[in-house]
Design a protein around this ligand. Sequence first.
Ligand code: NAD
Ligand code: WQD
Length: 346
Amino acid sequence: MSALKKGKILVTGGTGYIGSHTVVELQNSGYEVIILDNLSNSNIKVLVQITAITGKRPQFIQLDLRDKVALTEFISGQGDITGLIHFAASKSVGESVKEPLLYYENNICTLVNLLGAFVGRKINFVFSSSCTVYGQPDVLPVAETAPVKTAESPYGNTKQIGEEILRETADAGSDLKVIALRYFNPVGAHASALIGELPNGVPQNLVPFVTQTAIGKRDFLTVYGDDYDTPDGSCIRDYIHVVDLARAHVAAIARMEAEKMDSVYETFNIGTGNGNSVLEVIHAFQRVNSVALNFRIGAPREGDIMKIWGDVDKAATVLNWKAELTLDDMLSSAWAWEKYINSNPY
Ligand code: NAD
Ligand code: WQD
């Protein structure tokens, strides 16, 4: 690839929360983007919003990755795709416990279909993995070399299996290069407030529940436990701004295009390296947005781990990426998005 010409990147799940933010950063970095999405958990209006932000409307194909024939036919006609960022999946831990087969079909069969469609072709593949593969780490901050523990949910298992499929396929000597990004907790929204995490029923994650409580959609927020062995008793997570996370994907593609990888399969923790408790997030949200939040302490949520934050040195030294936005930036942007989507429902 010449120094100036950037490749064409296929973004599966590109109208979703993290995918849409990544499409913006890819376009702003000079990449041509084509989005593949079945719109099962997103809205076509996101294309309009991305265009409003970047001035460039991404190509879009509405297609379900479970349709192997349609997918293979589509990919065969896309000879100029050099990179692939694979976001498309189902992501609810709770739903995966109730519907494991849905998760193995939508998170594993789709990955196999995608890899099969690119067989014999040189492709740079970025995979959406998750810190959930670590379970409750024995050592914090948790590094990429930490043991992957038995998954606590079918969802978490699909991420572990996905990593194994990709590593083994890359090791088998195909023209596949893979970077797996293990996300910590993505929160917040683009500064324009034109894109963000679309509400889909009752939020399971903390920050969307916080913003929906603050705007009056929910009566109160329940803090799932304040008796953990942490400074204030509530659970600790490594929250990362979705825009920082999006920029990590651009760094991953750039690394592969520059042929700088140390092996055909690499993993990176993508977080801030800082841990914040649930109560710290709540108090920061109230402070930065001058909004009072109605919250109550409740029982611990089954399956929650107590505390996790990432060792992010490898991303800084090898991927040449580090998070730059703060918890205040995350929470002010999340609030701005909640107010926007409340007044401008998709
Ligand atoms: P999202 O639901 O907002 O986006 C996923 C997108 O994929 C949606 O637009 C959906 O319509 C699409 N999709 C789903 N199944 C599809 C299929 N079979 N064919 C085509 N399109 C399909 O989710 P997100 O939060 O943006 O997460 C993106 C990825 O990051 C997922 O793989 C998720 O597991 C992973 N991840 C998310 C988090 C998080 O907290 N959001 C944390 C760690 C990892
Ligand atoms: C964060 C903290 C809750 C809601 C999950 C998935 C993980 C990844 C990110 C996909 C926890 C507490 C939450 C609420 C609360 N998703 N909380 N009240 O559980 O760290 O990770 O989302 O890959 O795989 O497991 O994120 O936002 O659900 O919870 O007190 O109403 O907030 O107990 O301590 P989590 P979360």
